[in-house]
Design a protein around this ligand. Structure first.
Ligand SMILES: [Zn+2]
Length: 443
């Protein structure tokens, strides 16, 4: 316990240090900006002396300091939320164990029926509702108040709450099914459950990812085919040139929830969809949309969905190994106090939740880095496919509404699941520097 407190204190100290130094750095860049040759972007595009670093600085200088300070504050607040979320949920899970509430929830489930899978389901419903209620203030702050404060949300409280309840409903049904399967395995295979549990979870997650674009995403947003030929045709042409025979691009009505500009690829094995959101459509030029779609096609062509599956297989198998070791140790020590005696005992579920959330908390930088590396690959693919480095840089500036533009390298390593604005704009300018003659010909 003491080691955990030390770990958290170290995390908090590192966080405080990182955000303060990067703030200083952000300020110096902003104040140095007026001296930077802001006209460089336009005038040097045909010159042999195009300097990618200077062009990057010039782009970053286009964002006014107050706007920059606001998005920095928003994004840095997100680092702290990783910590607060982890702590809040850990406290709730521990409370359920030490107060004996978890054991009472199990007893209640067992009184209602004799059928074991239903025990699991009934326990799960109580667990999910109770933890959601206890962490509700944090959820409201994080998902609603904070988004409103930074002008990123478009929803009033009622519709936001509606989305939350839909999410809870999905958690009850889908989580309930997974829990029934997992507890069935733990009870029947007391020694090897962690392997079979990992495999079952993987199959379940794969299935979820497969059905999500078709059955889950439409619960929260409308997806329509992009009809405007002026935007659609260049995208489909770029797709054909890269071996994607898709006939459609989908538009998500993300403006229902927020002002964020975004695009993504979901699904696989034939349920793939390349989606751009309506905020992007409203706020970007055709060249900028092409730059974004080139990036999304990169994910698709480089089979990132399949690579993610391989990567998460490793993460999940190791996670289950950790669950087994960790639960044996903790139940051996405190099992009697918690009236939770074995892995297959439902009363021990908060312990598993605590262990798995600790596992993912510690893994945060690794998961972020894995994602960020793929995003860098997609950026480079997108530059080669769309050949729009300046449009790419403009979009990167628009993404800075909610992502800090210019972090320090350690900060980017720890917290960024996409490259920072500076990294992305530099990649675009580096590409541009090597293609100046071709771009000149085209113009
Ligand atoms: Zn991406």
């Amino acid at each position: 316990m003491q080691r955990k407190i030390v770990l958290i204190a170290v995390f908090a100290a590192v966080l405080a240090m990182l955000t303060s130094t990067s703030f200083v750095r952000g300020q110096t860049v902003a104040t140095a900006a007026p001296q930077a040759p802001t006209g460089a972007i336009a005038t040097t595009s045909t010159s042999a002396h195009f300097d990618p670093a200077a062009a990057t600085d010039a782009y970053l200088a286009k964002v006014p300091p107050d706007k920059r300070a606001k998005s920095d504050a928003y994004f840095e607040g997100g680092y702290w939320l990783i910590l607060w979320d982890f702590l809040a949920f850990s406290i709730v899970f521990l409370l359920l164990l030490v107060t004996g509430l978890s054991a009472r929830m199990r007893d209640l489930a067992e009184r209602i029926t004799r059928f074991k899978p239903i025990h699991t389901f009934l326990y799960w419903v109580q667990f999910l509702i109770l933890t959601s209620l206890l962490t509700f203030p944090l959820t409201v702050y994080e998902g609603f108040i904070r988004e409103q404060k930074y002008g990123l949300a478009t929803q009033t409280f009622g519709p936001w709450m509606g989305d939350q309840l839909k999410g809870l409903g999905l958690g009850v049904v889908l989580g309930g099914l997974l829990m029934m399967a997992l507890y069935g395995i733990v009870r029947r295979l007391p020694r090897t459950w962690w392997i079979w549990g990992a495999l079952t979870s993987l199959v379940f997650l794969t299935f979820l990812f497969l059905i999500a674009p078709v059955f889950i995403a439409p619960l929260f947003n409308k997806y329509t085919r992009l009809e405007d030929p002026a935007i659609r045709d260049p995208i489909l042409s770029m797709g054909r040139a890269n071996g994607i025979s898709a006939k459609d691009v989908f538009v998500q009505d993300a403006s229902r929830q927020s002002t964020r500009v975004s695009a993504f690829v979901t699904g696989f094995l034939g349920t793939e969809r390349i989606v751009l959101n309506d905020n992007l459509l409203k706020r970007c030029s055709v060249a900028e949309i092409e730059a974004v779609m080139g990036h999304e096609m990169g994910h698709y062509i480089m089979h990132h969905a399949y690579k993610d599956l391989m990567f998460f297989s490793i993460v999940i198998v190791l996670g289950f190994g950790f669950l087994r070791k960790g639960s044996e140790w903790a139940l051996g020590r405190w099992g009697d106090k918690w009236r939770a005696h074995a892995a297959g005992d439902l009363a021990a579920l908060p312990l598993f939740a605590l262990l798995i959330s600790s596992y993912f908390f510690v893994l945060t930088p690794i998961l972020n880095t894995y994602s960020r590396v793929e995003e860098c690959e997609a950026d480079i693919f997108g530059l080669n496919a769309a050949r729009q480095p300046d449009a790419e840089a403009e979009v990167d500036l628009k993404l800075a509404d909610y992502r800090k533009l210019d972090p320090g390298p350690i900060e980017e390593f720890l917290f960024y699941d996409h490259p920072s604005g500076r990294t992305r704009i530099y990649a675009a300018m580096r590409w541009k520097a090597e293609h100046l003659h071709e771009l000149g010909n085209r113009e």
